[in-house]
Design a protein around this ligand. Structure first.
Ligand SMILES: Cc1ncc(COP(=O)(O)O)c(C=O)c1O
Length: 374
């Protein structure tokens, strides 16, 4: 079992702070004397479309109307109303946050009340960070490293513990878990935290959402992010859906203005137009379906590489030898892959790649092929 002592800065806690995220474009751009926007960043899993015009209009409107001179509305009432309408649930069961990441920290707080958290791994490193914030116990349970290409899949492990953290689709494997198998899991744990940050962008993903089950199960918390779907990592906007009693306590404890006025207004405008939302997601699903097949076809031609099938816009590759030289080669060309050394149970023979625009995917595949020819 992993548990950092409050003052244990030298060992586990240091390792955790070194766990990487993708998207480190600034350092790479500086090294190559490029603008960050010139980097092909396949290490962070974002969609390659410009943010929608609705968002730009919303931000301009907010600058004109209120500007920067007022504190944001701290009850977030209008935003909660819109999210509630969007999902067909009660506003009291919603808490918007400064990206899903802020809410992951608070989910860690909730988990710390129940006992041991199970983190099926390899997985997104932030759960570990959040649990460490509250000095909470956790174990990593190993997920099988190989899977078939049919989605949704049944959740494969039932680790012993009190709380389980689920990511749907799973990061970094891209596996989409079936709602039915997840409902069985909800019955077995004191608390289930399901991170659906990538679910809406995943073709057929929303059918597997656990949001409707939050009405039935008090021990279920579902996390959502607007980062991926609208390509707005810089705005910071997400929300949690779950028991009103639990999230009310989070609101009492957290800082009074976690969301800025611009993110609040953007959330309202982006989620209040269902027709626009449906068209927008349809375009993303089409892009994933087309580009995923194209990239797979190209990369599976590389003999020493196994390309793991994914339901979404990122996937894992596995090599017979270390991928570090290939990643370095690509970095020098301004292309970033997510190395997997920092994921539990993966190593330098693995890398995560996120899909890009058609043009950049062609370039990406060509340079990956070149990196193996050296
Ligand atoms: C699985 C998962 N959840 C949550 C997040 C963070 O989302 P946000 O940008 O809303 O904080 C990420 C970011 O990469 C992620 O991969």
């Amino acid at each position: 079992m992993n548990k950092s002592e409050p003052n244990d800065y030298s060992t586990e806690a240091m390792q955790i702070s070194n766990l990487k995220h993708g998207g480190n474009i600034y350092e790479n751009a500086k090294k190559l004397n490029l603008q960050p926007s010139e980097i092909i960043d396949a290490s962070a899993s974002l969609v390659p479309f410009d943010p929608p015009q609705i968002l730009i209009d919303s931000l301009n409107k907010e600058i004109r109307n209120l500007g920067f001179r007022y504190y944001p509305e701290s009850n977030l009432s209008d935003l909660k109303e819109i999210i509630a309408k969007f999902h067909g649930i009660n506003p009291d069961n919603i808490l918007p946050g400064n990206g899903a990441s802020e809410l992951i920290t608070w989910a860690g707080y909730e988990a710390s009340k129940f006992g041991i958290s199970c983190i099926p791994s390899p997985c997104f490193a932030d759960y570990e960070r959040a649990l460490n914030c509250w000095n909470s116990n956790f174990i990593h349970s190993k997920l099988p490293k190989h899977w078939n290409n049919i989605f949704p899949q049944s959740f494969p492990v039932r680790p012993k513990g009190d709380v389980i953290w689920i990511t749907n689709p799973h990061n970094p494997t891209g596996q989409l878990w079936g709602k039915k198998s997840l409902e069985e899991i909800i019955k077995e744990y004191k608390l289930v935290i399901c991170d659906e940050a990538f679910l809406s962008i995943t073709p057929n993903g929303d059918k597997e959402s656990l949001i409707p089950l939050t009405k039935k199960y008090d021990n279920l918390l579902v996390l959502r992010s607007l980062t991926k779907i609208f390509n707005i990592p810089g705005l910071r906007l997400g929300y949690v859906i779950g028991s009103s009693k639990k999230i009310k306590q989070w609101k009492i404890n957290r800082d009074p203005w976690p969301l800025n006025s611009f993110a609040i207004q953007a959330g309202i405008d982006l989620l209040s137009n269902i027709k626009f939302y449906e068209q927008w997601t349809k375009q993303i699903h089409r892009w994933i379906n087309i580009e995923r097949e194209r990239v797979y076809k190209k990369l599976t031609k590389i003999e020493s590489l196994k390309v793991h099938y994914s339901s979404t816009n990122f996937f894992l590759i596995e090599s017979k030898t270390s991928l570090s030289p290939n990643i370095k080669f690509l970095e020098n060309k301004g292309i970033l892959l997510r190395e997997c050394n920092s994921f539990r149970f993966l190593n330098e023979k693995w890398a995560r790649i996120s899909l890009q625009s058609e043009k950049n995917n062609t370039l990406l595949c060509k340079e990956i092929q070149n990196s193996f020819k050296k």
